[in-house]
Design a protein around this ligand. Structure first.
Ligand code: NDP
Ligand code: MG
Length: 396
């Protein structure tokens, strides 16, 4: 079935967009893209979890038709009385779905953080609308369920490396691909020993050298769990196995990833380290619009460095590899345990190296099953979160 009724085929019409997680790093950058291309993009609906003041501001600026607040603790915030006339308000467990599955939406950007984005990603794919997917956890946890739902050109990755790989495959025969080179900045602790890692602070870990992102992914980038999650994400998106995807440190974050072909040619995607570029591409594809970000001047870059990632020190990378190879429900456990451990680290209640210790303990304790349903994944996720919390309390 073609994506017939959407603006994907109507170049004259504006693409009607819903943004789930509009108040975050990706969400606000997506809104900036929409501001810069107001003649091509119409924001119809947005969700926020807790930042209701920002949501109300965006509802007024973009004349939104619908908004959702997904955190019940914020559903009665007094500021919501200032939503513009005619803007429908939703809350409750299905609120995000209620605002994005209507007929007046062509494309949904899932920019929610964590496994909480999975249900929305699945529902958007089932609806036939375009899914601009920033929420990598959806694929890590539920890739086995999501990918069979995705029609050709329906799921466009927003994660910069995956957007890059997607573009390196354009016009090529994927059967002639030999390897994917997944680039990694190395994060703020590149070159650290295990002992040094055990003493880093939250402020150290939040100081990412090349990207400005939400707190959870910034910690994942410091532990290299982010790269581990991205390797699993790439396995699903490009239907390849773990060995096909090589992680390589590229400190400047200027090469966003590469695909190597059988004949030895390597196609790389380069550009500014600015998420607005892949976000916009997920909206404009297959077209390209004027850049929303400053262009790269290659005369000023200097050098591009490459190195091997250290999976012995950054154990999250090895744990993600183990989860990706084993498959089934193990990536769900990896992800849920990581979410709990990262939240604990950010709250100051565990050390940086406790993160991989907690994840490893949960993975060891889990009896892996094939992935069958969203409900099953939700149960496994809940079990892993509870187990991770018990491991954390035992360490205190
Ligand atoms: P942020 O933490 O900045 O934003 C997260 C968004 O999700 C906010 O709008 C937040 O609402 C909302 N949210 C939080 N918890 C829930 C929940 N339980 N249910 C529904 N909504 C929720 O994250 P980022 O923007 O950095 O990341 C978003 C996703 O994009 C992640 O999956 C990340 O891995 C991925 N990504 C991010 C990149 C980046 O540069 N930031 C790069 C590549 C991928 P509120 O703020 O109102 O509480
Ligand atoms: Mg990325």
């Amino acid at each position: 079935m073609e994506l017939a009724d959407t603006a994907l085929n109507q170049h004259a019409a504006r693409l009607r967009v819903a943004i789930l997680g509009c108040t975050g790093s990706i969400g606000t950058q997506a809104l900036d893209v929409c501001r810069q291309h107001a003649d091509r993009l119409q924001v119809v609906a947005c969700s926020a979890h807790s930042r209701t003041e920002d949501l109300v501001r965006f509802a007024r600026e973009f004349s939104l038709k619908r908004v959702a607040v997904t955190d019940p603790a914020h559903a009665d915030d007094p500021i919501l009385a200032e939503l513009p006339d005619g803007c429908a308000f939703y809350t409750g467990p299905d609120a995000a779905l209620s605002i994005c599955l209507e007929d007046d939406v062509d494309c949904v950007l899932v920019a929610i953080v964590g496994a909480a984005g999975l249900a929305a990603s699945a529902a958007v794919l089932s609806s036939g609308k375009r899914l601009a997917l920033a929420n990598k956890e959806s694929l890590v946890v539920g890739g086995d369920l999501l990918m069979p739902l995705a029609r050709k050109d329906q799921l466009i990755p927003v994660d910069s490396e995956h957007s890059a790989i997607f573009q390196c495959y354009l016009g090529e025969d994927p059967r002639r691909a030999h390897a994917i080179w997944l680039t990694c900045s190395g994060g703020p602790f590149y070159g650290y020993t295990r002992d040094q890692l055990s003493h880093v602070t939250v402020a150290d870990a939040l100081a990412h050298p090349t990207w400005n992102m939400g707190a959870k992914i910034t910690i994942d980038s410091a532990t290299l769990m982010n790269k581990g999650l991205e390797r699993i994400e790439a396995m699903h998106l490009f239907a390849v196995d773990m060995d096909f995807i090589q992680v390589v440190i590229q400190r400047q974050s200027k090469i966003h990833s590469m695909v190597e072909y059988d004949d030895g040619s390597v196609i790389a995607h380069l550009g500014a380290s600015d998420m607005r570029i892949p976000i916009q591409f997920a909206f404009s594809y297959p077209d390209r619009w004027q850049t929303p970000a400053p262009r790269v001047d290659f005369r000023t870059i200097g050098s591009l460095d490459f190195a091997e990632a250290d999976a012995d020190t950054f154990r999250c990378l090895a744990l993600a590899e183990q989860a990706g190879r084993r498959g089934g429900t193990l990536p769900c456990v990896l992800n849920a345990a990581n979410e709990v451990a990262v939240a604990a680290f950010l709250a100051g209640s565990c050390s940086f190296t406790d993160i991989d210790t907690v994840v490893a303990a949960c993975m060891d304790a889990h009896d892996v099953q094939p992935v069958q349903t969203l409900e099953q994944l939700s149960d496994v996720d809940a079990w892993a979160r509870a187990y991770a919390r018990s491991v954390l309390s035992a360490r205190r």
